[in-house]
Design a protein around this ligand. Sequence first.
Ligand code: SF4
Length: 448
Amino acid sequence: MRFFVETFGCQMNVADSLEMGRRLRARGFRTTKQLDRADVVLVNSCTVRDHAEHKALSFLGRLADWKSAAPGRLLIFAGCAAERLKDRLGRRFPQVDLVAGAKSIGDFDRLLAERFPALPFDGQQEWVDAWGWAPGLGETGLPGEGVTAFVTIMRGCNYACTYCVVPSVRGRELYRPAASIFSEVKERAAQGQREILLLGQTVNSYRPQGPNPGPEGREISDFSDLLQMVDAVPGVARIRFMSPHPHYVDERLAQAIHRSARVAPHIHLPVQSGSDAVLARMRRNYTREEFCRKVDVLRHHIPGLAVTTDFIVGFPGETEEDFLATLRLGREADLDGAYTFKYSPRPGTVSAQGADDVPDSVKEERLARLMEETDSRSRTKLAQLVGKTQEVLVEKGASEGSGFVWEGRTAHCRKIYVTSAKTHTTGDLLSVRVERADGKTLYGRVDA
Ligand code: SF4
């Protein structure tokens, strides 16, 4: 029996697919990358933007033929769009056998057992904890797994940003016990996954109430403690985290990153807008000045820190003045790069109840100006690396014909192609001299 997984959306969703995949593996299923060989298909969906939801639903629609091509095939629709649409899916997609919304990931085993009581079960089920980790089930070979281990440390979000559908589809924050995180990280590192990516919707708000013992009974009270716990696991070469919220960035976190030798000097800190008026209407819980001050605190403690961000343009009521404030923020905060998005209202959010009053042509025009600014800033930062030595984590052999042997990432998460006279393996840390920067990619040679 084999299962096929298609994941839409963010890295949290990739991690959730891995967790659900582990539960299927505990029932004796094996993965396949060929749809026509699959007995079970798991579609893990995203709803954060209309486009992402539409892509998942059209894939689901195309699976009607797969489902009817052989008896006994099972189709599972999971994730954020599944949570948002669950009661309305049946009529449009009768081919779906089980809906497992984003709030049900921890309950996936029970849903499987209830809906498919005849599914095989090899007796390991009780080993899978509520966060999907199970000893020995780490190597699933699912898309997204390679040198980087995706380790979920919390789920949900206690914020209420007015444009965001996440709190309604993922619920309030739930924190994973430190002992479970530690066990998973230890096993991942022992299996050769050299980079640990700690995941949570607001990952740095990790603050379990009550006792939360880590290794040797040490109390893990917040995200700073957790970083240092993971930093001490043998075999871990690099630690990243995604996505932090600016509200929880403080001196303590900056010092913890500084003290943790393996935490990469890069933070992706979504700001969304450079205008205080827009930030207030988004209910982001910080001002532009506070955001810049937090970036300064981080830079003060972490030498060579790279800071990237997310921006939304065309939020309701955004004036040209507001937009110019956003445009200026990249330069003022010396940001290293940004993902830029055009606002689109999501059903059920506060901002969708008001008018989407920035014309699409204006959103497009602002998006183009912002992308030009952020891309040019990013190119300049890359060009400054030429001639310098970077620590590179090898992720894979470069594609054939590229003329380069290894593909990896610098500590700032920049993609780099590396030539080397020696043989390396995935997960090696190399000292690489950057020879060229081209667009968003670096090219270099292993230092002799
Ligand atoms: S912090 Fe805001 S944008 Fe991020 S998931 Fe929570 S509500 Fe959404």
